[in-house]
Design a protein around this ligand. Structure first.
Ligand code: CMP
Length: 336
């Protein structure tokens, strides 16, 4: 194709339709576009828009050139002006505006105009559909969020969920959207190869790692193991995260928000735990039921460490176990 496109046929035969073999050069453009798309997959939507505008401009130019060749340019007339008028006719026909100030005269022109009109209707629909898809895709997370919220609204209405509960559900999703743009961190990270998984987990959990004072002096291995095992969870105000008397299944690190430890009377607050603090360690460490209720006082971003991972960490890192034990003893003394 390259060889065909490069043959200087117009020199040999003049400007005959044979010169059109140069169109094969477009295969190069399509190939380059496909390569850019593969190399810049993150820019896919922007590139799609650019490519679309390119092909659209090219089609309009060709159609204008076709019209111009049918109309002809009177000798001595301004060539540029004639092309501009042809482009004007083409765009006004394609966009279905059709002012009617330039009209076909010969049969060939009438047929050409009809073809352009039919092409225009299809292209117009295609342009609108494409542009709206591209613009929608430029904000995929937001689009998904809005679609999910609509579905949720319909579901809640169909099930007659009370207004107050509906508001809480909406607030929850609103919060998760604001904090994480609606992405489920755990499921995205899961597919990564082991080496990258550790690095990405450490990066994503850098906030909580920096906030928990014990992690600052802890070994890299301990931090890595905990960062890999911790799962993000969100609690809304009033949620009871652990209930006194229940068996311990997880411990929690607070990344953002505040949690209240409730006294056995169920009313007074024994302690308020904030960013970087943890809870739920006592039942796991001492193999006993939960010592108190812990309730979210605000929206809370929390990381959960399940019992299996907790047991593995405390067995491998006795320092961590000793640290938790000393804090647990202090907490028990305070609760008495
Ligand atoms: P656990 O007994 O597993 O469940 C309730 C949690 O509340 C407990 O672990 C501690 O993490 C936390 N807790 C209990 N008493 C106090 C306290 N006085 N100060 C801070 N946290 C506490």
């Amino acid at each position: 194709m390259d060889i065909l496109a490069a043959l200087p046929l117009q020199i040999a035969f003049g400007w005959t339709p044979l010169a059109l073999v140069r169109i094969f050069k477009l295969a190069r453009v399509a190939e380059a576009m496909s390569i850019w798309r593969q190399h810049h997959i993150h820019l896919w939507n922007t590139l799609r828009l650019v490519y679309f505008v390119y092909w659209l401009a090219l089609s309009v130019h060709w159609l204008s050139a076709g019209w111009l060749s049918l109309r002809g340019i009177p000798p001595g007339a301004d060539e540029w002006g004639a092309y501009l008028r042809s482009l004007y006719w083409c765009i006004s026909t394609l966009t279905t505006i059709g002012y009617g100030d330039i009209t076909p005269h010969t049969n060939a022109q009438v047929i050409y105009a009809m073809v352009v009109m039919i092409f225009g209707v299809g292209m117009y629909g295609y342009v609108i559909a494409n542009i709206s898809t591209i613009i929608t895709n430029l904000q995929p997370a937001r689009t998904r969020y809005l679609a999910n919220m609509e579905k949720l609204g319909a579901f809640m209405r169909s099930r007659d969920i009370p207004q107050a509960m509906q508001r809480r559900i909406r607030d929850y999703y609103g919060y998760v959207w604001e904090q994480r743009l609606g992405y489920d961190e755990a499921s995205i990270v899961q597919g990564l190869p082991p080496g990258l998984l550790v690095e990405v987990s450490l990066f994503l959990k850098r906030d909580i790692i920096a906030k928990v004072p014990f992690f600052k002096g802890a070994s890299d291995d301990l931090v890595k193991e905990i960062a890999l095992a911790m799962q993000p969870v969100v609690y809304t105000p009033g949620d009871v995260v652990v209930r006194a008397g229940d068996p311990g299944t997880d411990m929690y690190f607070i990344s953002r928000g505040s949690m209240e430890v409730i006294a056995p009377d169920g009313r007074s607050v024994v302690a308020t735990l904030r960013d970087g603090e943890f809870f739920g360690e006592m039942a796991l460490l001492r193999d006993q039921p939960r010592s108190a209720d812990v309730r979210a006082a605000s929206y809370c971003d929390v990381y959960r460490l399940d019992k299996k991972s907790f047991d593995s960490v405390v067995t491998k890192f006795p320092d961590f176990a000793a640290h938790l034990r000393s804090i647990g003893t202090r907490r028990m003394d305070r609760s008495r």
